[in-house]
Design a protein around this ligand. Structure first.
Ligand code: NIG
Ligand code: FE
Length: 405
């Protein structure tokens, strides 16, 4: 039997139970291998388990939270789009740039031109930035390859990150992200191709979920439905970039397919919210994209809250709409821009982020959960959303092991 490790003298924000933050003032955690086996007040530690402890760490009264989950990123791509940022500052809209062949498609060209090694090296650097902030699980979408070959390359790089870094990686196939130039004027043919590639990508173990960009500059609800039907035929869960720039009814469509999450949601309607609630779909809020596009339409936070739709927070890291690599900064923005409470923001980047990926084994500090947790140089968890441009992450334990970067 693997030995037990004791982590004592910590303030725990377990996010478990009904008390604020799931707070435990003088907390102790026991781990065995990659799992948490016991969490509670130090005084309640069962004597039988205390006897089996082989390693013991005194955390000096530090704050502990679950490891952070970044449930929406586009981490694998070539090039960057700083010139497009300048164009937007001079008045060009994101949609106009996309319609003129820039935007996502310019990143597709740069991604196709990059070697596997270059894609892996740049994605590794980005993953390191996320990990420095305490991220222990990350979702990575394809969507800048847009051919079977290039989508497979990008998904393979994402899988490699999960194998080479102390980081859990979930991959999402986003073939329906934009129309590649070789399919110009043939969007339906491209949707057919996206669906045709899916079984082979899945057979190679490259796909954990399927996503699409349902938007007037992306794919219609009817086209999105076809992508979702192909996913369903393979038993793959779906997610959706929904109602970011306009209300396409994407959220209701995704909910019909039992989507894990609908993401962005600035233009989400009341009926979309109801459908998400009924389906148990998580609302993934992306304040970095809202901020960087200088958007002014807020997602309907109060209505999501009123309907009890769980809200997750993610970086949406990508070169066009959210080039940021700090999930903690997104917690701050979720509070300042979207008026989430600091506790909602932390739950959004832990337990609700995990649910948005269909993961129930992480996101809280509780027996049976993965031993993914962060030690912070902070007094109280509300400070996670308070400071910005400053990294208070002192240590990260991923799968029961101390992570060194
Ligand atoms: O999540 N909206 C679509 N996809 C990305 C942006 C991709 C890009 O501009 O390169 C997003 O915001
Ligand atoms: Fe995105």
């Amino acid at each position: 039997m693997t030995a037990l490790t004791l982590w004592r003298n910590a303030k725990l924000a377990t996010l478990q139970g009904s008390t604020p933050w799931g707070w435990i003032e003088d907390g102790t955690l026991l781990t065995q291998g990659d799992r948490i086996v016991w969490v509670g007040e130090a005084s309640a530690l069962p004597a039988a388990q205390a006897k089996q402890v082989e390693d013991e760490y005194d955390l000096g009264g530090a704050l502990l939270t679950p490891g952070l989950v970044d449930c929406h990123t586009h981490l694998v791509y070539g090039g960057q789009r700083a010139a497009e940022f300048e164009q937007r500052l001079q008045g060009a809209s994101y949609e106009a740039i996309a319609r003129a062949g820039g935007g996502i498609r310019s990143t597709v060209a740069a991604t196709r031109a990059a070697s596997d090694e270059e894609l892996l090296a740049s994605a590794t650097r980005r993953a390191h930035s996320l990990m420095a902030d305490g991220v222990t699980t990350v979702e990575i979408k394809s969507g800048y390859g847009l051919s079977e070959w290039d989508e497979a390359r990008c998904l393979r790089v994402a899988r490699t990150l999960g194998q080479t870094l102390p980081l859990s990686v979930r991959t999402t196939y986003l073939g329906a992200h934009a129309l590649p130039p070789e399919f110009a004027g043939r969007t339906d043919d491209y949707v057919d191709a996206v669906c045709t590639w899916m079984p082979a990508l899945h057979a190679q173990g490259l796909v954990d979920a399927v996503d699409a960009f349902c938007e007037n500059i992306g794919f219609t609800p009817a086209q999105t439905r076809r992508v979702f039907e192909a996913a369903r035929a393979l038993g793959l869960p779906v997610k959706l970039h929904a109602e970011q720039l306009s209300d396409q009814g994407g959220a209701a469509l995704a909910a019909e397919f039992g989507a894990l999450s609908c993401d962005h949601l600035e233009h989400l309607s009341e009926s979309g919210i109801r459908a998400m609630h009924t389906a148990g779909t998580v609302a993934v809020l992306l304040p970095g994209a809202y901020y960087f596009l200088r958007d002014t339409t807020l997602p309907p936070i109060d209505a999501l809250r009123a309907h009890g739709v769980p809200m997750a927070i993610a970086t949406d890291h990508n070169p066009g709409t959210s080039p940021g690599l700090s999930l903690l900064l997104m917690l701050n923005m979720a509070c300042t821009l979207f008026r989430l409470t600091p506790e909602e923001a932390l739950r959004g980047a832990t337990v609700h982020g995990a649910r948005a990926l269909g993961l129930h084994d992480r996101g809280t500090l509780a027996a049976g959960q993965r031993a993914d947790f962060c030690v912070w140089d902070l007094e109280h968890p509300n400070e996670l959303a308070y400071w910005f441009g400053h990294n208070p992450c002192r240590r990260t334990i991923a799968g029961g092991l101390e992570r060194t970067l």
